[in-house]
Design a protein around this ligand. Structure first.
Ligand SMILES: [Zn+2]
Length: 574
């Protein structure tokens, strides 16, 4: 057989010399030169040669399939390739340091994940020729559509039970869901001082859905407007106009039939207001929704939250409750990001202003109180590393305002050295300003910190964008350049970083950590779902990454890190 094969091989290689005379490509070249068509005799001869070549080729293929030596070498090369990649992967260190029990636990968790991927009662959306059942869902698919399935999964229970370490990217006002805040706003103490404002008079069913609402605390003598009157003037800039209506009066006059369904403990106006404080399924996934559209919804939610949280009674209560919420999710340390541009919050009676220094004192007092409670119950190990504050201010303010923000941040750091741990510029990155706009001020801030021997590292939101042009049309304005040059310790999101191979290397060299927020990125239209999030690629590129919730209450979930962990696990092979 072998001899015959060799002889055929020789024949095949010999005939290859002649192949140029009959291949279509050669024919085409020939045609283009002299346009002469082959004669009938030549065509018959070419066909005969062609069938001989096919026969030779098949014999040659059969002989090579029978020979196993090449296959063994390929298997070895493949094994070495996979082994090398695994040895330099982002998880290699953890894997090699893991105990046998930890490796076994990992194997079990992966097995459960794969089982639940196939389980028709949970997800069950598998590759198949028939169209999958409409009730099936992708693991790691759209978060708001999948949330109930996730909550029923074993892998979520495991994620929920696991210690999470640090939560590094969590906005202060969006840690607690609105339904927990409404009972405070309707309490006896607040019934004469909690007010609501609308951007439209509520005189039609459309207006109830189109308007934006804001809450605030004012002294009880404040004149209450009537938001349901056609003559209601929403103008808040006119100092002669008061567009605020007492929340108690608003609730009494609210037409109950307007309210959507919602948590049973809320009344109709509260359920209606709640819908304006969270991203709804329609807003997130509705036909025609855009990136800028969902950002506008998000900003409206944020503004609605602010007044329900920003007064002394709830501000004080909130700290302890936020710590309880972290303990429930096994978070052991957190850095909260309050927006401090407003400078003051009112007390419950609205009669004075509580400045930044007093707000930070409230935080410190409540943290100490909570730690003593935990200590008394011998549970301090549940929240052993406490919390710190990252000073946040919007990227949209003029230079003069930014200067006072930097002054206030330094002043707070000097007064609360153990509390203030960073400075951040926040806001949609597809709008002005970019970080570069404030570069001179930020450099002066850094120099001042150096002279004062204090550390306030930058932790800018950067790369939370698809177009990545720093609110302009010029890619040179990407905030990712400035975060690097201004020595940011971490950046919020870094979603767009993979567009910059040079920056990837530099971020690695400088150990700049990325605070990834996969659920936030999905709901704000950077990616379709967690499976499309670049978390696995960023990790594979060797970047330091952490998982975070960003704004869990606005995104309709409470267990801050359990959900992002699940979505990440779904989108990643490891
Ligand atoms: Zn954020």
């Amino acid at each position: 057989m072998e001899t015959r094969g060799r002889s055929k091989l020789r024949k095949a290689s010999g005939s290859a010399v002649r192949r140029s005379s009959w291949t279509p490509a050669a024919t085409m070249r020939s045609s283009s030169r002299d346009a002469r068509q082959p004669s009938d005799i030549e065509t018959t001869q070419n066909l005969r040669n062609s069938s001989e070549h096919v026969k030779d080729a098949l014999i040659s293929l059969a002989r090579n399939i029978d020979a196993n030596d090449k296959s063994a070498s390929y298997k070895l090369q493949r094994f070495e390739l996979v082994e090398h990649e695994q040895s330099v992967s982002w998880y290699a260190k953890a894997e090699s340091a893991a105990s046998p029990a930890e490796l076994e636990a990992n194997r079990i968790v992966m097995k459960i994940r794969e089982h639940e991927r196939r389980d028709p009662d949970l997800f069950g959306n598998l590759a198949s020729e028939p169209v999958p059942d409409a009730r099936s869902r992708d693991v790691g698919g759209r978060f708001l559509k999948n949330r109930d399935r996730i909550e029923n999964s074993k892998i979520f229970s495991i994620s929920h039970a696991m210690p999470k370490g640090a939560h590094q990217h969590l906005h202060f006002n969006s840690e607690i869901p609105p339904e927990v805040l409404f009972p405070h706003a309707r309490s006896r103490e607040m019934q004469d001082t909690m007010f609501i404002r609308s951007t439209l008079p509520l005189t039609s069913s459309e207006a109830f859905w189109d308007c934006e609402i804001v809450f605030s605390v004012f002294p009880k003598e404040t004149t209450s407007a009537d938001i349901f009157s056609p003559s209601y003037d929403p103008n808040v800039k006119d100092t002669n106009n008061c567009p605020w209506m007492l929340w108690r009066k608003f609730r009494n006059a609210f037409p109950a039939e307007i309210a959507p369904s919602g948590p049973g403990k809320l009344d109709a106006p509260e359920r209606w207001a709640r819908e304006k404080m969270i991203i709804t399924v329609d807003q997130a996934y509705g036909e025609g929704q855009t990136h800028n559209g969902i950002w506008a919804c998000f900003n409206q939610c944020t503004r609605a939250f602010k007044g329900l949280l920003g007064y002394e009674g709830v501000y004080r209560w909130y700290i302890g409750h936020a710590i309880d919420s972290m303990i429930q999710d096994k978070v052991m340390y957190a850095e909260l990001r309050p927006m401090l541009l407003d400078k003051s919050i009112p007390p419950n009676d609205g009669l004075r202003k509580i400045g930044l220094k007093e707000q930070m004192s409230i935080i410190c007092e409540e943290v100490i109180k909570k730690r003593r409670e935990l200590e008394a119950r011998n549970e301090l190990d549940k929240f052993p590393f406490s919390l710190k504050i990252i000073y946040c201010t919007p990227r949209s303010i003029p230079l003069a305002r930014m200067r006072t923000e930097l002054e206030d941040c330094i002043a707070l750091k000097v007064q609360f050295p153990d509390l203030i741990c960073g400075f951040d510029l926040v806001g949609a990155e597809d709008r002005p300003n970019n970080v570069r706009f404030y570069a001179d001020l930020l450099l002066a801030f850094q120099q001042t910190c150096k002279e004062l021997r204090i550390e306030i590292p930058f932790m800018f939101h950067a790369g939370e964008t698809l177009i990545d042009t720093g609110g302009s049309s010029d890619p040179e304005n990407s905030n990712l350049y400035d975060a690097l040059l201004l020595h940011a310790k971490r950046i919020g999101h870094g979603y767009a970083l993979l567009k910059h191979p040079q920056l990837v290397e530099k971020y690695k060299q400088k150990n700049i950590c990325l605070e990834l927020c996969p659920i936030s990125n999905e709901l704000l239209h950077l990616c379709g779902n967690a499976r499309e999030h670049p978390c696995p690629q960023l990790l594979a590129a060797g970047l330091h990454c952490t998982l975070n919730a960003d704004n869990p209450s606005l995104f309709r979930y409470v267990y801050q890190l359990s959900f992002p962990a699940i979505q990440h696990a779904a989108g990643s092979a490891y």
